[in-house]
Design a protein around this ligand. Structure first.
Ligand code: ZN
Length: 251
């Protein structure tokens, strides 16, 4: 199956932290990959104007996607102001209809930042709405509803500090070097995170979390996911079918 896969997240570098290893494996398996960010990362700076950092970060997102062999799109929402409203639902549904993915990977519904949680909700609705004719957008509806997966929240925990347990793991050891190079495209964020969050070691923190997820399944590096299995969504674990032994289901 030559599937079309969409990773759709809030900000440039979200996908790179959480699912680039899996996207790389899917690319190797013959899939077509798209990466979408709702916002351009316009608040991710301590020095630049909104316009300048948006330009820088969209270029970093495009560079990262190129290394992955993917196409990058930005919907130009604004960081911190990603809201669940009519306009946002329509724009998110429109990009999904343009790309027509078989598989969608998005942000965790439980995370440290509301932008991520709202993105998760917008994508859930946009996927559900793929087959709905009377949406207020010109892009044509299609079926079936894509397979929908949620990435881990940052550090694998919800806002109360409770662990979020993956329903499945993808062994990404073969892709960890590429994942590191792809994340390193987001050069502006190393400095920004150091200033704002006192969080250094941009790359190392990604690797530490990958190692943590890997240890949970006795592998070196892994990424965790949960599949959306609510009514109306496809129930088969398509990632297992495409990635075989790389996919370890958490029973
Ligand atoms: Zn983010």
């Amino acid at each position: 199956m030559a599937a079309t896969v969409l990773g759709i997240f809030s900000h440039p570098d979200d996908a790179e932290f959480l699912c680039t290893g899996t996207l790389a494996l899917l690319k190797n398996a013959g899939c077509t990959i798209h990466v979408v960010t709702l916002a351009p990362g316009d608040k991710g700076t301590a020095i630049h104007s909104s316009e300048k950092i948006s330009r820088i970060r969209k270029k970093e997102g495009a560079d990262a996607a190129r290394l992955l062999g993917a196409e990058y799109h930005c919907l130009d929402f604004e960081d911190v102001y990603i809201v669940y409203d009519r306009d946002s639902i329509n724009k998110t549904t429109a990009i999904i209809r343009k790309i027509r993915p078989d598989i969608v990977i998005t942000a965790s519904p439980n995370d440290y930042m509301i932008d991520h949680e709202i993105t998760s909700m917008l994508v859930q609705t946009a996927c559900f709405a793929t087959g709905i004719k009377n949406m207020e957008i010109p892009e044509k509806h299609f079926e079936p509803v894509p397979y929908l997966y949620y990435s881990d929240p940052m550090e694998g925990k919800d806002k109360f500090g409770n662990p979020v347990i993956p329903g499945l793991y993808i062994d990404i050891r073969s892709e960890i070097e590429l994942k590191e190079k792809i994340l390193a495209c987001h050069d502006s964020q190393r400095n920004w995170l150091l200033t704002h969050h006192k969080m250094d070691e941009y790359i190392l923190s990604m690797k530490r979390f990958g190692e943590q997820r890997g240890q949970e399944i006795n592998r070196n590096y892994a990424e965790g996911f949960r599949q959306h299995l609510g009514h109306g969504f496809p129930q088969k674990n398509i990632l297992k079918e495409l990635l075989g032994d790389h996919c370890i289901v958490n029973l």
